[in-house]
Design a protein around this ligand. Structure first.
Ligand code: SF4
Ligand code: SF3
Length: 553
C-alpha cells in the first residue's frame, strides 16, 4: 500500500504517504491496493475508449462507470474490498467490449488496430491473493526509481484531480446530465496517464487541462442541480433537533436527498441534513418538503460522537465516511459510491430499509433550543444583489472579500480557518463553500448595509457558483479576477479540492493561499514551479495572511 492522495496522509522525515497496514483514514492495505488496481483497469477502458471514439464509437455505460468507479476511490468514500473486486472485474469486461468494437471498426475500415500495452492488456485474476500479487505495476509510485519523485508527483496530481472531476461529473450524471465532450477529454487524459508520461512540461499542461475539464464538470453539475431543484435562495436553517423520528442524510448527493424526502413524505419522520448537505436547504424544490426540518451536527470528523448520539437512521451518500462505531453500525446505511464492509448498502434508490430503521429508533424526545444559520448564497442570489455589492465596494463600505473555501479535516492546523474568519475586519465579507465552514458558520458575523458578512455559496460542488460570482464582479469593475479585492484561502483535504485548485490555476488565478499543509505529492521542485507561475502560497498565520491580503500591491 502507498497512498498520498489526501491532506491527512502520514508524514514522516523519511517520506510522506500512508504506507503501513492502514491509512490515517482507516483504509486498509487490501482496499488501498484494490483501489490502485481499479484505477489501472479504468485506464485500460480509457485506452480503448479513446481510440474507439476515433471511429465514432462511444459507450455511455463505460463512461458512466469510469466516473462512478473513480469516485469510489476518493478519500472517505468506500472501504469495502468486495465492492472493489466486483468493480475490477466490471472494468475488464467493459474494456474488452470496447476493445472488440474498436478492433472490428478498424478492420472494417481496412486499418490494423493499434497494439496497446499496459492497462489495456491487463487480465485481472479471480481470487483476492492473485489480484493482490498484481498490484506492483498499478501503484501510484510505479516507476519511481526510473523517473523520480517530480514526475510521479505530477502524474499523481493529474490522477487525483481526475478523481475530483469524476465525483462532480457523477453527481451530474445521476441527475441525467452528461457531456460527450467531458467524457472524451476525461478519457484522453486517462489514456495519457496510461502511457506513463515522463515529460514534465506535458504533465503540467495536462494538469491544467484537468482544471479546465473540472470547470466543465462543475458547470454541468450546476445546471443539473439548478434545473432539477431550482436556484438556491437565502434560507434560514434550524441547527437543533425537533421532537420525533429522525433520519440524517450526509454527503453531497441531492438526488438521493430528493428521493429520501419523497419516500418519507407524510410518514411522521423528520429529515436532517449533515455535512455537505446543509446547502440543500437553499434549493426551493427540496425546501418545499416540510419534514426537511433542519441540520444536525457539524464537521465530518466529529461524526463518530454525533452519529452515536443521533436517535435515528443515518444515510451516507458520498464522502466523508469514517469507520462506523458499533453504537450506530446497525442504523447507518451507504448509497451510491460509498461503502463499508458489513454496513447495509442501498444500491437501487429504495430507501425503505433506512425508513424502517428510523421507525425502529426512538427519535428525538424533545425540541432543542432555536438556533439557525443562513445558507443559499449561490450565484443567482448573490448576483441578484450585485448592484448593492458593487456600490458597497465603491463607497468603501466593503473593503475586501475573503473566500474561505474547501474541506475540513482533523488536523490541528485547521483552527487557522476559524481564526481567519473571526479576524476578518468588520468592513470585509467572508464567502464560504465546502465543508471547512462548519468550524465557524455558527459564529455571529453581522451585516454590511444589509449584506450578510458571511455568505455561504454552498458545497464544494458549488465552486462553479463562486467562479461565476468572481467573474461577474470583475466584469462590474472592469478588471480581471486577480485585480479584485478578493483573496482565496483554500483549505484542501481530498481530491475534489485538488480538482478545484487546478481549475483556479487553469483560470490564471494567482496568489491562492493553500493549507493547512501542502499536498505530499507536490515535491519542493513542483511547488517552486507553481509558486513562480501562480504565486501559490502556503498559509502562515491568520493575522499575517489577512494583513498581506489587505495590503497587497
Ligand atoms: Fe492516507 Fe489519505 Fe490515502 Fe487515506 S486517503 S490512505 S489518509 S493518504
Ligand atoms: Fe468536505 Fe469530506 Fe472535502 Fe465537499 S465532506 S468538501 S472533505
Amino acid at each position: 500500500m502507498f497512498c498520498y492522495q489526501c491532506e491527512q496522509t502520514t508524514r514522516t522525515d523519511s517520506g510522506n504517504g500512508c504506507a503501513m497496514a492502514k491509512g490515517v483514514c482507516g483504509k486498509d492495505q487490501v482496499t488501498a491496493d484494490l483501489q490502485d488496481l481499479l484505477i489501472y483497469g479504468i485506464k485500460g477502458i480509457a485506452q480503448y475508449a479513446r481510440r474507439a471514439r476515433g471511429f465514432g464509437i462511444s459507450d455511455r455505460e463505460a463512461d458512466g462507470f469510469i466516473l462512478y468507479a473513480m469516485f469510489t476511490t476518493l478519500t472517505n468514500v468506500n472501504f469495502n474490498p468486495a465492492r472493489f473486486i466486483a468493480m475490477i472485474q466490471e472494468a475488464a469486461r467493459l474494456r474488452d467490449r470496447i476493445k472488440a468494437r474498436y478492433e472490428e471498426a478498424a478492420r472494417d475500415r481496412g486499418t490494423a488496430p493499434e497494439v496497446l500495452n499496459g492497462p489495456a492488456t491487463w487480465q485481472p485474476v479471480d481470487d483476492m491473493d492473485g489480484l493482490l500479487a498484481q498490484t506492483a505495476s498499478a501503484a501510484v509510485t510505479a516507476g519511481r526509481e526510473q523517473v523520480g519523485d517530480d514526475i510521479v508527483g505530477l502524474r499523481a496530481m493529474i490522477l487525483y484531480g481526475l478523481k475530483g472531476v469524476a465525483a462532480y461529473a457523477h453527481h451530474a450524471h445521476v441527475l441525467g446530465y452528461e457531456s460527450d465532450e467531458l467524457y472524451t477529454r476525461f478519457e484522453e487524459i486517462l489514456d495519457f496517464l496510461a502511457g506513463d508520461p515522463t515529460d514534465a512540461e506535458a504533465l503540467v499542461d495536462q494538469a491544467l487541462a484537468v482544471g479546465q475539464l473540472n470547470l466543465k464538470a462543475l458547470e454541468l453539475l450546476d445546471a443539473a442541480n439548478t434545473d432539477s431543484f431550482g436556484h438556491p435562495e437565502p434560507a434560514s436553517v434550524r441547527m437543533t433537533p425537533v421532537k420525533g423520528k429522525a433520519i440524517l442524510i450526509s454527503g453531497h448527493d441531492l438526488k438521493d436527498m430528493a428521493a429520501l424526502l419523497e419516500q418519507t413524505k407524510g410518514m411522521g419522520i423528520n429529515v436532517y441534513t449533515h455535512g455537505e448537505l446543509l446547502p440543500a436547504h437553499g434549493y426551493p424544490k427540496l425546501r418545499a418538503y416540510p419534514h426537511l426540518v433542519g441540520n444536525y451536527g457539524g464537521a465530518w470528523q466529529d461524526q463518530t460522537r454525533e452519529f452515536a448520539e443521533f436517535p435515528g437512521a443515518i444515510l451516507m451518500t458520498s464522502n466523508c465516511l469514517v469507520e462506523p462505531h458499533p453504537r450506530y453500525r446497525q442504523r447507518i446505511f451507504t448509497a451510491g459510491p460509498v461503502g463499508w464492509p458489513g454496513v447495509r448498502h442501498i444500491a437501487n434508490g429504495d430507501f425503505s430499509p433506512v425508513i424502517q430503521a428510523a421507525l425502529a429508533f426512538p427519535g428525538f424526545q424533545e425540541d432543542g433550543p432555536e438556533q439557525t444559520v443562513t445558507v443559499g448564497f449561490a450565484r443567482n442570489a448573490v448576483l441578484g444583489v450585485a448592484d448593492k455589492v458593487v456600490d458597497a465596494v465603491k463607497t468603501g463600505a466593503i473593503r475586501h472579500f475573503f473566500l474561505i473555501g474547501g474541506c475540513d479535516g482533523a488536523a490541528p492546523g485547521r483552527n487557522y480557518y476559524t481564526d481567519l474568519a473571526d479576524r476578518v475586519p468588520e468592513d470585509s465579507v467572508v464567502l464560504t463553500l465546502g465543508c471547512g465552514k462548519y468550524r465557524f458558520n455558527r459564529h455571529e458575523f453581522g451585516a454590511i448595509g444589509g449584506i450578510p458578512r458571511l455568505l455561504d455559496i454552498g458545497q464544494c460542488n458549488d465552486a462553479y457558483s463562486a467562479i461565476q460570482i468572481a467573474s461577474a464582479l470583475a466584469q462590474a469593475f472592469n478588471c480581471g479576477v486577480n485585480d479584485l479585492p478578493l483573496s482565496l484561502m483554500v483549505s484542501w483535504f481530498e481530491q475534489k479540492a485538488v480538482a478545484v485548485l487546478l481549475t483556479l490555476l487553469s483560470l490564471g488565478i494567482r496568489g491562492i493561499r493553500l493549507g493547512p499543509s501542502l499536498p505530499a505529492f507536490l515535491t519542493p521542485a513542483l511547488l517552486e514551479q507553481l509558486s513562480a507561475r501562480f504565486d501559490l502560497k502556503p498559509i502562515t498565520t491568520a493575522e499575517a495572511d489577512i494583513e498581506a491580503a489587505l495590503h497587497r500591491a
